[in-house]
Design a protein around this ligand. Sequence first.
Ligand SMILES: [Cu+2]
Length: 477
Amino acid sequence: MAGLLATTMAFAVPLAPAFTQTHNHGANAQTAQDTAAPAASNAPADASGVVSYHSATIFTLRTGIAEGRMVYIGVGGDIEGKVNPTLMVHEGELVQINLINGEGAEHDIVLDQYAARSAVVVGKNASSTFSFLANKVGEFAYFCSIAGHRAAGMEGVIQVMPGPRSGMATDAADIVRDPADLPGPIGQRPPQVVRVDMETVELKGRLDDGTSYVYWTFNNKVPGPMLRVRVGDTVELHIKNAADSVMMHSIDLHAATGPGGGADFTQIAPGEEAVVTFKALKPGVFVYHCATPSVAHHIASGMYGLIVVEPEGGLPQVDREFYVMQGELYTVEPFGTKGEMEMDYDKLISERPEYFLFNGSVGALTKAHPLYANAGETVRIFFGVGGPNYTSSFHVIGEIFDHVYSLGSVTSPPLTGVQTVSVPPGGATVVDFKIERGGHYVLVDHALSRAERGLAGYLIVDGPKNDDIMHEGPAKQ
Ligand SMILES: [Cu+2]
């Protein structure tokens, strides 16, 4: 907790010395990476003081064929059976990768940015092991360097997340929606009937390290899934309330026209299912939420999401899209308490939250799922506020929004050159911006006291730190 807060502060206070130090740390990591040897013999601590490890994080990959392509297949643990699995590690960890030859052709595995590689494995069941220190944060490709194999499918991603792995194990579920988990653009197609299946699920989720809360969710995550249709589509929504739920639930979609935005037809008891069909009459970015009394309680507990209704032809293309929502949580226990949190109805109705959150938990977009991009790319964030009560002053520290679709309207021309956008509860926006310079950027609500109650996210941009745009010290002659 203290560690996260310190990190949040370092990013959230632009002028504090701590920020400079963070920048220096980045430079150190870069230097260390440039000289990294592909071996476990690296000293476990560097000057930044971030690195320390006791045992290696181990992945095993077997080469094979899937869907007619050459691939790596995960063996054991979370990656079991997955094709070209994403390997998730934390900054400072010693990572060991075992490669097993599954079909007999020659293969290896290479991580360019870490100057790390395995030996070539020749012959079925041959194996090789290598390790490296994950001292550079970001997303990096691993691939087979045998001619043609990468193009044939032997490529995956290793994701190095900032900060150490949380040491505290709890039985609480991960309820965080990965901000990169959203459907792609609709593209050119005529209106059609779109079936959507959703489930309302109540589950004990991880609110913070060593802290849990019984969330109420759409599809187990906060926010619920981002729905994406086009104007003129007919949406046939099947919503089921899980059999082990305690409460009734429902859905009100701001994209829908009709009684309760659908809530009048979807009040469902545990184990029941309802279907509502509506026509997406207006393009825009809309919030949906549970509308079962007390509605504020259901929303605060995590029952909100976005539905994007694209205009004909869609939005302008960008390189990367993300999905982020903000909400508050009202607990009896003060912010930062360990253990199981209890909802505080009095605080809820008097609007005194303990937590402010992006995507459901403290650290959701810092430690667990930062946003990743490369310098030169255009980035879009679909940003909504579930609330239930607080308006967000959404801002990205170190960036300027090139385009803002204010209030979620995609049929009005976007605003240009915007620093901070106001997003009300039950409202949304779309921000687009090109990232000209590598480095770390921070998503905040510029009502910055809320950063002390959990509200911060990182946007980590790989690429050159273009000195023309910003550098330390006087202007160059
Ligand atoms: Cu509900």
